[in-house]
Design a protein around this ligand. Structure first.
Ligand code: ADP
Ligand code: MG
Length: 712
């Protein structure tokens, strides 16, 4: 490749920083093989590119395509990343290497931020953002070239994109596609694109040595390993991959305790100072930056200090963490898996695959050689570890995915999935979306309501609640509730508690906003109080006083505005209406709307086990999430609606619940309740028949025989 003498975007001379970075780039294997790669992407419509982690795929290829004029002014190449963190870092890095500020020439588009424009030629997007664009334009005309990076991750969005691209290639002769990863099943990707051309970049810049345990790990092994690496390993920071945030506090405490003893044990080498960082989806931007950028602690007695960064799979691919030379891998990951049989979500800890293990190890060799210490035996690693992770789409409930595919103008049955979801899950999804009147009978098209739901980008249950709310005069309130639940689910209302006291304090604060009927109204009250504080320019004080997570409230507010913009375009089903706060029926009207929009996520208290609730749709029994409001069992909270049913290692819980009178439930969805004889929860039937009798004035016989009167 011929290097430009001045900036391709603005024709200015290059800065000193550019030349410094260029010297490093020239050492990367991808850079050295660019001529061959550029020819391949010109000669073939689809190229599958393999190359070790750190070889330079992500940072070098797209920028070389621009420099060589494959992407001219006015044209665009899109490159996906799986997560926001990765999209941000990759975009910033490439902009820096190309010597332009982000937003000129190179832009990033992801949930919550967009620096792309007509003037950006390389758009780095999260795969979710590109799917959102495809919903507006299924053939993605905006882009001449689309690069799917980190394809091995098999995220649901990436899988959807692979189907979208397969279709778009058929209809757009000018479109070109590149699929990249260090660890993907390249043959499978090539087959998906009808025998696409494969390229491999040999070599890596820095070696990462793998180490394995002599025997299977015990509880104490991880802390021991951290200590040993700290006391005796080569210089550099330590990145530990753990399955979940919950474990992090305990591990840090364990290391701190053990360090005291270690100072004696490793006295010959002396043990340096250590600082602790956490990196996961909800630590916040500032803490993320510190974990990635900040220098290790100052030396003590001339012994270098280290950073110990505990991370979830958020740090698995693409990113560079400053000075990390040791990766310690528990080889575990926590997955959220859907079970179509009882419509539950199961939080499950499981062993990672070889492909993920290689990505994690790759974080140690970004800027110099490193080590990866795996918490499993070599024999397990060689013979038992799966080659590739189970694709995320196989864990999904296929609700949002089905809506997306239909919004693209395709059908789930004919969609060219690279990983085919289970038939049972698809059937269940059709059933649920049919009940919610989002898809038509055979699941082949969106209803009018479904078209709006597809635009809303919230889950179909929240969408249902929103669309039901204007008939109950509280659509504004409902948008606040839905937005708070979305943001709360993504980031947490409070920062993650690391001690019992913190947890108790958060429960106390949550309860100070709570309403007897339950969580939904608590979310609303919290949001309204924050807004009131904002009107007085005191929102930061409010957040600090109540130890809330600022980002969650700001995000909820942004989501709220966006939802209203979308809903306002629909003048049939939704009208902006808000209740008078002094209306004596303020809360009961909202509860009525919640009941009508519950999408039949309803449970009834079990008569023999008062803290347990039986889910009406499935008959499964579950308890309430502790700390969530609903109060002691009374006749008023015999029936509840819930947002989600999650089953963990040894408990099953309902999250975000509100108590609702049965009358409201039946009134909101009469057709559903007429079918009650076929519902699995036997002990609820008498009351329902009774309620239906009093609401309709009909006889028991006519109710048990079904009621055409109510059929909608
Ligand atoms: P690949 O996609 O093949 O894993 P990348 O193109 O992401 O490789 O990175 C190649 C090399 O560039 C890394 O090994 C690292 O040395 C350097 N690099 C990339 N991003 C950064 C960054 N944000 N900060 C410092 N160095 C980086
Ligand atoms: Mg990469």
């Amino acid at each position: 490749m011929r290097l430009p003498t001045k900036n391709v975007f603005n024709a200015r001379p290059f800065s000193a920083d550019y030349h410094r970075l260029l010297a490093g780039r020239k050492e990367l294997p991808v850079y050295k093989q660019l001529d061959r790669l550029l020819k391949a992407v010109q000669d073939h419509r689809v190229v599958i590119l393999e190359g070790e982690t750190g070889s330079g795929k992500t940072t070098q290829l797209a920028q070389a395509m621009i420099i060589e004029g494959l992407i001219k002014a006015g044209e665009k190449v899109a490159m996906t990343q799986n997560k926001v963190l990765q999209a941000d870092q990759v975009g910033e890095r490439i902009a820096k290497e190309m010597d332009v500020p982000l937003g000129t020439g190179v832009g990033v588009k992801r949930k919550g931020a967009d620096s792309t424009s007509d003037h950006t030629r390389l758009d780095v997007l999260t795969d979710g953002s590109l799917v959102a664009e495809a919903k507006r334009d299924p053939l993605l005309h905006k882009y001449k070239w689309i690069i799917i990076d980190e394809a091995h991750q098999a995220s649901t969005h990436t899988d959807l994109l692979l189907g979208i691209l397969k279709n778009a290639l058929k209809h757009r002769p000018d479109l070109k596609v590149i699929i990249m990863s260090a660890t993907m099943d390249a043959a499978k990707f090539s087959r998906h694109f009808d025998g696409a051309h494969r390229e491999k970049v040999e070599g890596r810049e820095h070696e990462v040595r793998g180490h394995h345990l002599r025997q299977e790990p015990e509880d104490s092994t991880l802390v021991e390993a951290i200590l040993q690496v700290h006391a005796t390993g080569e210089d550099g920071n330590i990145l530990v991959f753990v399955p979940g945030v919950g474990e992090m506090g305990k591990i840090i405490a364990g290391v701190q305790r053990a360090l005291v003893g270690a100072r004696a044990r490793y006295s010959s080498t002396e043990v340096g100072p250590m600082e602790y960082y956490k990196l996961h989806a909800t630590v916040g931007e500032e803490a993320t930056r510190r974990a990635i950028e900040e220098l290790p602690p100052a030396p003590r007695n001339d012994i270098l200090g280290r950073k110990l960064i505990l991370a979830t799979n958020i740090a698995e691919t693409s990113i560079t963490l400053k000075g990390v030379t040791h990766v310690i891998d528990t080889c575990l990951v926590k997955n959220k898996i859907y079970n179509p049989e009882d419509e539950s979500w199961w939080l499950h800890k499981e062993r990672i695959s070889k492909s993920v293990a290689a990505q994690r190890a790759g974080r140690a060799g970004r800027t110099r050689p490193g080590h990866c210490w795996r918490m499993c035996t070599a024999s397990y690693f060689e013979h038992e570890m799966l080659d590739h992770a189970v694709p995320e789409i196989l864990h999904s409930d296929m609700l949002v995915e089905t809506i997306t595919i239909l919004a693209l103008g395709q059908t789930v049955v004919d969609f060219p999935f690279i990983n085919e979801p289970a038939e049972e899950t698809i059937e269940k999804a059709f059933g649920i979306l049919g009940e919610l009147a989002i898809v038509n009978q055979d699941g082949r098209a969106l209803t009018d309501r479904g078209v709006i739901v597809a635009r809303m980008e919230v889950n179909p249950y929240a969408a249902t609640m929103l669309l039901e709310s204007s008939t109950h005069d509280c659509s504004e309130e409902m948008v606040s509730i839905a937005s708070m639940m979305e943001a709360g689910e993504a980031h947490g209302i409070f920062p993650r508690a690391s001690t019992k006291q913190e947890q108790q304090e958060q429960d106390r604060i949550w309860n100070s906003f709570s309403h007897p009927s339950g969580d939904h109204i608590t979310y609303l009250r919290l949001y309204m109080k924050w807004r009131e504080a904002r009107r007085n320019n005191a929102q930061d004080q409010f957040v600090a006083d109540n130890k809330l997570r600022k980002k969650t409230l700001v995000d909820a507010d942004a989501t709220r505005k966006q939802l209203i913009r979308i809903l306002d375009r629909d003048d049939v089903r939704w009208q902006s209406k808000s209740l008078d706060p002094d209306d004596p029926k303020y809360y009961s009207k909202i509860v009525r709307a919640l009941a009508a929009g519950s999408g039949m996520k309803v449970a009834k208290r079990n008569p023999s086990r008062p803290m347990q609730y039986d889910i009406v749709r499935t008959g499964v029994s579950a308890s309430l999430l502790p700390g969530m409001s609903c109060g002691a069992p009374t006749r008023n909270n015999e029936w509840i609606i819930f947002r989600e049913y999650v089953s963990g290692e040894n408990k099953s819980q309902l999250k975000d619940v509100t108590a609702v009178p049965l009358e409201y439930l039946i009134d909101g969805n009469p057709a559903y309740w007429f079918d009650v004889e076929s519902r699995p929860v036997g002990h609820i039937q008498e009351r329902i028949v009774e309620t239906l009798m009093s609401l309709t004035g009909r006889s028991e016989g006519s109710i048990r025989g079904g009621m055409p009167y109510f059929q909608q």
